[in-house]
Design a protein around this ligand. Sequence first.
Ligand SMILES: Nc1ncnc2c1ncn2[C@@H]1O[C@H](COP(=O)(O)OP(=O)(O)OP(=O)(O)O)[C@@H](O)[C@H]1O
Length: 900
Amino acid sequence: MLLSSRSSLEVMLDSLRLRDNSGESSPDLPPALPSRPISKARLPKRLIRSTIAVQHVVSCDTSNNNEKLDVKCSSRSSGGGGGCGFGRKKMIGAAAAATSSVSVDSIGYFIRNKLGVWCKSRNDRWELGKIESAVGEDVTVRVSNGNMITVSRRELLPANTDVLDGVDDLVELSYLNEPSVLHSLQYRYNRDIIYSKAGPVLLAFNPFKDVNIYGDDFVAVYKEKILDNPHVYAVADAAYNDMMKDGVNQSIIISGESGAGKTETAKFAMQYLASVKSQNYEMKSKLIQTSCILEAFGNAKTSRNWNSSRFGKLIDIHYSAEGMISGACIQTYLFEKSRVSQICRGERSYHVFYQMCAGAPPVLKDKLNLKMSSEYKFLNQSGCLKINGVDDAHNFIKLVDAFDTLGIHGLDQENIFELLAAILWLGNISFAAIDEELVEPVADEASRSAARLMGCKMDDLMMVLSTNRAHNMTEPLTLQQATDKRNTLANFVYESLFNWLIEEVNTSLKGNTQHTRHAISILDTYGFESLQRNSLQQLFINYADERLQQHFIRHLCKLEQEEYELEGIHWKKVEFEDNQECLDLFEKKPMGIISMLNECSNSSIATDTTFTEKIKQHLSYNLCISCEEGAFRVRHYAREVQYDASGLLEKDSDKLQFDTIQLLSSCKKPLNLSGSASGVMNQVQAAGQSVGSKFMDHLSKLINQMENSKQHFIRCIKPNTKKLPGIYESDIVWEQLKCSQVMEVMQISKSRYPLRFTHQEFASRFGCLLSTNVMCMDPLSTSVAILQQHRVPTQMYQVGFTKLFFRGQVDALENLRQEVLGSTRELDNRFLGGRVLVDFHELKFGIVTLQSFIRGENARREFNVLKKQNHGIALSSLDEHMTTVVHIQSGTCYIKTYGW
Ligand SMILES: Nc1ncnc2c1ncn2[C@@H]1O[C@H](COP(=O)(O)OP(=O)(O)OP(=O)(O)O)[C@@H](O)[C@H]1O
């Protein structure tokens, strides 16, 4: 019964070659992709195959009936593209997938079967209805409120049967078009079901209210697998289990617009991961309290979010081999320090300033000469001091609690508050004119308090704020120069304080590194930003977002499809928008935006204008950029943004004046924050690396870290711009789904093969199920033999050059394997135990002797070979029709039979 080791491989390669040459499927190969079975839903009796291809107009016949349903794709824009060419180009994927229309041939079918359709009403909203009649191009649809709407038949889209309303995974929908996906998500959102799956991606809607689905009880329910519906806890649980099972680092990548809920989602994920093994209570509470400190110092009210994170962060949670938390580490990037001195109308500076002013006890207030927040220019300039429903004084108490939990002791806390107060007083330093143009700082309460709290001499501070000193020359300052210098100093002190705090937090979370085996990282990214005036901060935020989007599509669209192609399996390619061109714009060396910025900000003669000219000269070939007077526009994957060039070079070089560095180094504070910060600054300046190039390196490291881990993606969605519960704005939701290419990811997921084994893995895992001699067969032949022998339906898998691809789990095979292993392990245990072992030897030799009498030499020889292998166990048995040799080695059971 030995199978030839060459034949199946050769046959497969031949058939693949044949197929490639002829363009047709070989009969030896599994059939083309079947429709994915719909698990929860009952399909309409007449099954309609819904192959919606993107980009090109395609038509597919109904597979099970005589009537024809054509599903066509058009590249009609459905708004939001911002009117730019790039935006329209983007519609190729998502919009095309979303506009598959009900064609002429199928109208009759829809009428007869009373099937639902989507059509757009005059106010541009999707309406669900049933076709009443069709005349020529026009179709009359009765929509759900009873009204009749007449639309062109090309504008109709098929609707899913209502059995599919609110499915957990959108991939289960028969029709993945815009209104169907939006309807399904709205159906869930209206019922406070905020999590849904889009294939491998978890969609998390911001409910803007408490939905009571978090906390210890819910953690327990997901830990025990009592619930398995989509939830951030389920994602965290999968990451934890994968880490324990495969011994591989994991990462949870959370993305979405500002205010979409990334930080909250990251906190829930962290809460779960800190609780999954609850023995290390101290580390758990430290980890949870970290958020309180990070948010106080790094979050602020913006126009989009009352608690917006003004930095990106990656939290690594470390685990021991037993799955216990052994420590954690936080990396931050792109901290927005300019917010300290400049805030837009209606926004706030960092929460901690308001918390301190409202909640500091009288003794501390006296020490800091602290006033109400309304008395500080840095805080009152925006006209917004309070946030509805937020108690700053109470949050101050919570912050001090968090400091205590993390072991940041009293003296350090006091120094932190002194520096915060110093910053506020710096902002109140005013300038008096000394002639028509030049100014000097006023020696008043503000400058005295700032100098005292920073620990420097008042005169030194006054000198720095009245002159620029370079190359032994002293130049007086204009009002603008003096104000900028003061603000730069304040921003720098705050940033140094923030960095120092992160280091302190990391020291506290370090734990026992000796016990660390693996880590789960949570990435809470900066959301894409397009403000009225966009400068360096937005340029880098949007570059980072672009880079992470590339990572997202690379993993979920590109690599997956490339693997199918490389493996030579049947696959209908889904087109998606690759943002590589836009990334090249930033990353190319030496002529990308970041390299050119770096070069210009290190040059003494370059200006913002020469920088934009350079962009124009060297990058105009790239379709993603266009230049204007004093600005340039970048066509990002999300939308087009105009960046103001003024001040870019100065912000990118981030240089402190030499006299400012000297001032900071002279500060005598126990924390020596400013001193250590100026040391770092010197190094940076010496290396000549601008903010942008440093950030690009940092981001590359971050992405590499992700690449070396198993990734789990969460996309947060903002249901409305009003930041209110219960409001679902379809166009806002669609814009977010479309930009992030979630539609394309779903298209791929709908027909993907989620489970895959190399031929070797499959053969060694399931070889024990083969009743033929597998020892001499190559892994591919073994794999094919297993699949054939166990009659795995050919629609469920495809055989690639090096791997087997499965549509779903191979539960049946797994169960069989468990049975075989279970019974052999039992034998194993029994035979290995004392007396039984003696019985086994007697039995074994009895069998062998008997066998050699009856069966000839074949099986006996095989058995003897196995017997000689010390690490295995072999057992031979005999029945009426065949002899079986069972060999257990390294946990795998091999069964060979020799027939009569
Ligand atoms: N799952 C949730 N349950 C309840 N409220 C939520 C949830 N997610 C978000 N929110 C609410 O929305 C607000 C904004 O969320 P969050 O700060 O997490 O957004 P973000 O995407 O991190 O924004 P940014 O990019 O500006 O930092 C939260 O402060 C909270 O009020």
